[in-house]
Design a binder for this molecule. Structure first.
Ligand SMILES: [Zn+2]
Ligand SMILES: [Zn+2]
Length: 356
């Protein structure tokens, strides 16, 4: 049995059987639940996509798939149906990402911390912008994705979370509150971040970024959101910049070692590590927006230290990380010395219960 190897013809047969039996009987016959994430659209009607994909297997693969044998999401059913040429639609739109909330929060701030209506030109404009952001895959969106109604609702979710708002908050999640608090604490910086995201979208800079795996970004934390973080990564990974930086360090007769911990890849790994080091862009993202990267903006950093820098915002500079590594070493040394010091009579007196 080859899971997912289904043809357009067998999907159409499954759809015909669904139409004939009706939704609930079809789902019950094959043991599927109602679609929670995706539906397949055919002739203007919507069908539970996982059930259709599973049942289509009986003509191509000899038997229908059971619900517990595959997922309904984009790894399985949704992807298979798309491949067979069908339109697949998300039932529910994805949660708002940090970047999107930053843009909405900026608008609320400009509006004196009040929510805006769906007819407001600024809401209509933001709605169009959010639809351009390369944050959510097409298959995860439906036709209501970030429409003016949804954007207006979000502005009220944010406005009603403002500490000075008297009534009950409308809705919204923890991320709305977190972003709002950051705007209240650092309005200029956050407004700058919003401006950079807008700018990046307008000139097409952010749409062109290479996609980054979500899991990889989960290990990273930046107040600026995912898009600017991606831009930051793209700059750090630029092969030509890295090459130039390494060449400039070698030219000055300096070793290729980590600026935070001193790690030298060649010393540890021999030939395999020769000439290897990562580059870290030391200018904060919200300041690094415009202009080209200068070699002096890049620090040589080993892979471990690089991860540790990006792990939590605010990011330490390589120099700050070096100081904290040294402090940790010193504390460890003191502890080790205390343990290895020979016992003195005074120590023994403090241990009355010990057998001497
Ligand atoms: Zn290091
Ligand atoms: Zn970095």
């Amino acid at each position: 049995m080859r899971r997912g190897a289904i043809t357009q013809g067998s999907v159409l047969k499954a759809i015909a059987e669904y139409d004939e039996l009706g939704r609930y009987e079809f789902l019950a016959r094959y043991g599927f639940g109602e679609a929670r994430s995706y539906v397949v659209v055919h002739n203007g009607r919507e069908y539970d996509s996982k059930a259709i994909a599973g049942v289509a297997h009986q003509w191509d693969q000899g038997r229908a798939l059971r619900a517990d044998e595959f997922s309904g999401g984009k790894e399985h059913a949704a992807a298979w149906l798309k491949r067979a040429g069908f339109q697949v639609k998300a039932v529910k739109n994805p949660d708002w990402a940090r970047d999107e909330i930053i843009l909405a929060c900026q608008l609320v701030m400009e509006n004196g911390w009040k929510g805006l209506d769906a007819q407001d030109a600024r809401v209509v404009e933001l709605s169009g912008l959010l639809q351009l952001l390369p944050l959510h895959a097409e298959v995860e969106r439906n036709e209501k994705f970030r429409n003016p109604n949804g954007v207006a609702r979000k502005t009220f979710d944010i406005a009603t979370r403002h500490p000075e708002y008297q009534g009950k908050p409308t809705n919204g999640g923890a991320l709305d509150v977190a972003v709002l608090m950051e705007f209240l604490a650092r309005p200029d910086q956050m407004a700058g971040v919003a401006r950079l995201i807008r700018q990046g979208i307008t000139i097409g800079d952010l749409q062109r970024l290479p996609p980054t795996e979500d899991e990889e970004l989960d290990d990273y934390s930046a107040p600026e959101g995912r898009l600017l973080m991606r831009r930051h990564q793209a700059r750090e990974r630029s092969k030509s910049l890295r090459k130039k930086k390494i060449a400039s360090v070698l030219q000055r007769g300096m070793p290729l070692e980590c600026e935070a911990c001193g790690f030298d890849f060649e010393q540890v790994y021999g030939d395999r590590g020769a000439g290897y080091i990562e580059c870290h862009h030391v200018v904060p993202l919200h300041e690094a927006g415009e202009g080209r990267t200068k070699l002096s903006d890049l620090a040589l950093i080993c892979a471990n230290c690089h991860r540790m820098i990006h792990r939590r915002a605010p990011w330490p500079t390589p120099g700050e990380l070096r100081v904290s590594i040294a402090q940790k070493h010193a504390a460890d040394r003191r502890a080790a010395e205390a343990l290895s010091r020979p016992l003195k009579a005074a120590d023994l007196l403090q241990m009355p219960n010990q057998v001497i």
